[in-house]
Each structure stands twice: as structure tokens, then as C-alpha cells.
Design a protein around this ligand. Structure first.
Ligand code: HEM
Length: 409
């Protein structure tokens, strides 16, 4: 196959761009359109009507982008740290030997939901209700790609989970919408006030998915890569101790400044994102145009795979290896990633949660390694499951660890 190739899948032409020199067409060209690529899947997945989608999509995007801009992370930082600290304590004190993916999932879901949707707004305190939320979300996420394409009678369990999640937001809707609006309202409250009443719970479900589906598994992968490489682990632990000091009794608080003082932590996180980005992003071709010598006709779905782009040896030497030090060359002070890195997409509708995502992963990884003694029981890094294309890959098998809370010195 060449640098550009087309697959015919279920009556649709999918044209893949694989040469990074052509990616600007995908992100910048006026001949391609983000909204026209995602509207149909959004309708199938969350039952947001076409009319509502085109009326509100840009507003929702810009609101999330504004609320989660890097300059505004300060409003989320301390609460999120407290939530992570509490959840890690709770889960590790009862776990012992366990599957790391489940530990990360359970503790991050609760903390991030409380942080973005408001403490206790979704059922995170009642264990039975939370387990139900978790079960529905995991199923919704696992069959997400099927939901985008298949009629609901073929995926009954998925459909049931979807409507239970929408129902959960419906139950909350009136109470939140009628709440007095303030400057520091939650992202959920702003979202529900922005869109039409009929679809507000459905948009909330989409936002829930976007906020958890990639960041949580990538946090898991980040810990796995670090714990599986003694050199990386020791180097990161040295950085943690020199920035945070030794573990003391009581709550651990990591400030924004301390996070900034740990470049190696950030490199580890970016390297995990590089190795486990989403499988596919798409744009609709709205006017035929040429890439290299090939004409891409109107109506095609243009496809780009961050997963494969990050395995291009021209940009990433030893591309399959977890090498945090490669990020030394990125100008992160200016928020510039490495050339060839496209994990957050690009152009007008680039991931609006990217700064929050990096912050939360850095914070979770730092707290986990600072507070928890972790013995790895599995003898290899799990391979990524091939199930997910739209979202990031989940592990195909468990990664077993034995966890205990460290005793303060
Ligand atoms: C490391 C974690 C994450 C990765 C790798 C990631 C990646 C992406 C990608 C590739 C896109 C599509 C962009 C495009 O096509 O150009 C996207 C969209 C989006 N992301 Fe993220 N994301 C992450 C975390 C988050 C978080 C934590 C949030 C919210 C808290 C979030 C919110 C969104 C939203 C709302 C969209 C849809 C934008 C739209 O429809 O206009 N993401 N993300």
C-alpha cells in the first residue's frame, strides 16, 4: 500500500493519509470537515439529532476548550489532587493483589467525575450505585464503535447501558439546570445550560465519555510502562522525592508548581500518550482535492491513525520503545509537542481536554508512585486489545500487581 490508500467498508470509502508530510491537508484544509464526519456517529451513539448537533456542536466545543484551557487548570487542580489522594487510599487499603487496570479505572472514574461534574452529583459515594454507573460506562465504552454503526437490536446490552446513562443525567437535569448560576459552576452545569433541553442529558453522556475514555486507560499504560522499566522507575522516583520530599503522615498535596518542577514525569506521560493514542480520527471530504498526485473525491471519509503515525521511524527512533527522554527535544515550555505527534488531533476541533488530560495523568501517576508500594506480578507488558479504533486501546489481558500503602517515614 502507498502513502494514500482507500478501503471500502460497509459501503463507505475510507481514504487513509499515512505520510506525515500530508497531515496538514487533514488538519487545515478547507476541503475537509470535522462536523460532517462525526455527526452521524454522534447521532447513533448518543441520539443527538442532526439539527441539534449542527446548532450546538461548536458552542459545546468552545465552552469545553475555554473551561479546560491550561490557564484555568488552577480551578481544578487542588480538588482533583484531594480526590485522587482519597481514592488511592481507599482502594489500595483493601486491594492487595489485583489487576492494575481496575484499580486505576475505579479510582480515576470517581475522582474525575467529582471534579468535572461536581462532588457527589453523579452517584460516586453510594458503592452499589457507583458500581452500576461503572458497569454501564465500561460496556458503553467497550462497544462504542459498534454503537456508531450497528442498529440497536444487534447490541441490546450496549443500548440498555446507554439509556441507563442518559437516564441518570435526565434525573439530574432539572435540579442542576435550575441551580443559581455562579462563576465557579461545574462544567456539567455550564454544558446543560448551553444546549437544548431535549438533548442535554445526551450531550452530558458524550462529555462523560470524552473525559474518561482516553485519559484513564492511558494513565494505566503509563504506570505499566514505568513499572516495567527499572531505569525509568528509579529516575522518576528520584524526581518525585526531590520535589515532594519523603512521604509524611496525612494527606498528600501536590501543587501546580511542583508538577511543573517534574519534567521527567511529564515526559513519561507524553511518551505513554504517544505509544497508546487513539486508533483513528476522521474528516469528511466536502470538496474533491489532490494529495500528492491522487484526487480524493467529495464524500470520502479521510482517515488518519495517530497510533500508526507515532510508529513512524522518521519521527520516532525505536518507535515501539518507551523512551521518555525523547521528549527532551520538545519545546514544552511553549506547549509544543514533538514533530509527528498527533495524539490530540489538530485544527479547529483539536481535543479541548488536552491540558486537563495531561495534568490529571501526571498528578495520578505522581501520587500513586509516591504513596503506594507496588510489586509487579505479571511478567510482561500486556498487548493492546485491537477492539478500539476511535478510542485508545485497552489492555488485552490483566496486569497483576500487589499494592500496599507506604508507611510514612
Ligand atoms: C490523553 C487523553 C486524551 C486523548 C489522547 C484525547 C484525544 C482526542 C482526540 C484525538 C480527539 C479528536 C480531535 C480531532 O479529530 O482532531 C478528541 C476530541 C475530544 N476530546 Fe479528547 N483526548 C483525551 C482526553 C480528553 C479529556 C480528559 C477530555 C475532557 C475532560 C477530552 C475532551 C474531548 C472532547 C469534548 C472532544 C470532542 C471535540 C469536538 O467534538 O469538537 N479529551 N480527543
Amino acid at each position: 500500500m502507498g502513502a494514500i490508500y482507500t478501503l471500502y467498508v460497509a459501503g463507505e470509502r475510507l481514504t487513509f493519509l499515512t505520510d506525515a508530510d500530508d497531515f496538514h491537508h487533514f488538519f487545515q484544509s478547507a476541503n475537509v470537515d470535522f462536523q460532517k464526519a462525526v455527526q452521524d456517529p454522534v447521532q447513533n451513539i448518543a441520539s443527538v439529532s442532526e439539527e441539534s448537533f449542527f446548532q450546538f456542536h461548536t458552542k459545546v466545543h468552545d465552552m469545553v476548550k475555554g473551561r479546560l484551557a491550561s490557564s484555568r487548570l488552577v480551578y481544578f487542580h487542588d480538588d482533583l489532587c484531594q480526590e485522587f489522594d482519597k481514592e488511592i487510599d481507599e482502594i489500595v487499603s483493601i486491594k492487595g493483589a489485583c489487576n492494575l487496570h481496575q484499580v486505576v479505572r475505579q479510582s480515576m472514574y470517581k475522582a474525575v467525575i467529582n471534579n468535572l461534574f461536581g462532588p457527589g452529583v453523579l452517584p460516586t459515594t453510594d458503592m452499589t450505585k457507583f458500581k452500576n454507573l461503572e458497569k454501564n460506562f465500561v460496556l458503553f465504552d467497550e462497544l462504542f464503535e459498534y454503537g456508531a454503526r450497528l442498529p440497536s437490536f444487534m447490541i441490546r446490552d450496549w443500548t440498555s447501558s446507554k439509556w441507563q446513562l442518559v437516564g441518570m443525567f435526565k434525573d439530574l437535569y432539572k435540579g442542576i439546570k435550575n441551580k443559581k448560576r455562579t462563576e465557579n459552576e461545574t462544567v456539567l452545569q455550564t454544558l446543560l445550560n448551553l444546549v437544548d433541553d431535549k438533548h442535554a442529558p445526551n450531550y452530558a453522556l458524550l462529555f462523560l465519555w470524552a473525559s474518561l475514555a482516553n485519559a484513564v486507560p492511558i494513565t494505566f499504560w503509563c504506570l505499566v510502562f514505568i513499572l516495567s522499566d527499572q531505569t525509568v522507575l528509579s529516575k522518576l522516583k528520584r524526581e518525585l522525592v526531590s520535589t515532594l520530599g519523603t512521604l509524611e503522615k496525612g494527606k498528600v498535596r501536590i501543587t501546580e508548581e511542583q508538577i511543573k518542577e517534574m519534567p521527567y514525569l511529564r515526559w513519561c506521560v507524553l511518551e505513554a500518550i504517544r505509544l497508546r493514542p487513539v486508533g483513528i480520527i476522521t474528516r469528511r471530504v466536502i470538496k474533491a482535492f489532490k494529495v500528492k498526485e491522487m484526487v480524493i473525491p467529495e464524500g470520502d471519509m479521510l482517515m488518519l491513525s495517530p497510533y500508526w503515525a507515532h510508529r513512524n521511524p522518521k519521527y520516532f527512533t525505536a518507535s515501539e520503545e518507551f523512551r521518555p527522554d525523547r521528549w527532551k527535544d520538545a519545546d514544552l515550555e511553549k506547549n509544543l509537542f514533538l514533530d509527528g505527534f498527533v495524539a490530540f488531533g489538530g485544527g479547529r476541533y483539536q481535543c479541548p481536554g488536552r491540558w486537563y488530560a495531561q495534568m490529571e495523568i501526571q498528578m495520578y501517576v505522581a501520587l500513586f508512585l509516591h504513596k503506594v508500594d507496588c510489586t509487579v506480578l505479571s511478567d510482561h507488558v500486556p498487548s493492546p486489545s485491537t477492539k478500539h479504533l476511535v478510542g485508545t486501546q485497552q489492555p488485552a489481558e490483566p496486569f497483576l500487581v500487589d499494592l500496599t500503602l507506604k508507611q510514612p517515614s
